[in-house]
Design a protein around this ligand. Structure first.
Ligand code: NAP
Length: 283
């Protein structure tokens, strides 16, 4: 175990976390994959047993400090160190401003933003004493630009981006690197796990929401595979000098390029036309 780097990946019951914990453990990382509900770990446990992988499934609810502390103590007791943290746990929320409550938005931030911070704050002192470490935060292409009817989610990812960029300066001084992963749409359980508000047919936003969710559903069916995301994370962790941002998928690459090259007005028209007026995203 000592020759392997120790990594913790959060949110491994499905999607990107599931794929990443498997890919890392198959590539010589001593991997701890956390789930908030251990009863959802049957499938991954079978793969671990069949392949004899160095992957242990542990319990973390990223909203619960105690569960984080207990898990980190267990990892330290068993491995003696934590080299890499992959902050992946999160979910999406869609809904117009009049239908999402402040409580909804706080709940979104509690998991997507403060959840990551809770883990970072627990693990940074350990990495600082080690003199090295890598923190990978799973953001999104919508951490770089906004899309309609998705304000709670988009702002949670914008916040994660700003937070990551700021702490990267101070942590670099102690040998700790911060990496942002910015996928476009990825085929996972994200759509099934979405919290959606404003779909009541009486809502003035009903038709906009119908269009928005319909487009998202189609995009999800054609999204990048979670294995592709996992392999890019593996590549970043194996790089001597990883870059700060990894953009994943043609959609993310294209949209971020447009965000950089267009004025605010042009970009927002492009998004509005593409999403509300079904004109697609070609240019
Ligand atoms: N799919 C996409 O298109 C896409 C694109 C860009 C970024 N992302 C980001 O990628 C990350 C992973 O999402 P995914 O697409 O793989 O979706 P997913 O299949 O729904 O997986 C999300 C994971 O996060 C876990 N989770 C949610 N809340 C949690 C909490 N409070 N504590 C611990 N775990 C929690 C879920 O656990 P449960 O099974 O218990 O709910 C699940 O394991 C998220 O941060 C998401 O924002 C996704």
């Amino acid at each position: 175990m000592k020759d392997k780097k120790t990594v913790l990946v959060t949110g491994c019951s499905s999607g990107i976390g599931y794929a990443t914990s498997l890919v890392l453990s198959r590539n010589n990382f001593m991997t701890y994959g956390s789930v908030r509900d251990l009863s959802k770990s049957g499938k991954i446990q079978k793969i671990i047993e069949n392949e004899g992988l160095p992957l242990k499934i542990i319990h973390i609810d990223v909203n619960d400090n105690k569960s984080i502390e207990v898990a980190i103590q267990k990892i330290l007791f068993e491995s003696g160190r934590i080299d890499i943290l992959v902050n992946n746990a999160g979910y999406g929320m869609f809904g117009p401003i009049e239908d999402i409550t402040v409580a909804d938005i706080k709940e979104q931030f509690e998991t997507n933003f403060f959840g990551a911070i809770r883990l970072i704050k627990t693990i940074v002192p350990i990495m600082r004493k080690q003199g090295n470490g890598i923190i990978v935060n799973i953001s999104s292409m919508v951490g770089r630009f906004a899309v309609p009817l998705n304000a709670a989610y988009v702002s949670s990812k914008f916040a994660l981006e700003g937070f990551s960029e700021s702490i990267s300066y101070e942590l670099e001084e102690f040998g700790i690197k911060v990496i942002l992963v910015e996928p476009g749409v990825v085929r996972t359980d994200f759509f099934q796990n979405l919290k959606i508000k404003g779909t009541d047919s009486k809502s003035p936003y009903y038709q906009l929401m119908e269009k928005r969710i319909g487009l998202l559903k189609t995009a999800m069916e054609n999204g990048t595979s979670s294995n592709e995301v996992a392999n890019i994370i593996l590549h970043a962790l194996n790089s001597k000098d990883p870059v700060f941002r990894y953009i994943i998928g043609n959609d993310a690459t294209n949209c971020i390029r447009m965000r950089k090259s267009l004025s605010d007005k042009e970009f927002m028209k492009w998004i509005r036309d593409g999403i509300f007026h079904s004109k697609g995203f070609t240019r």
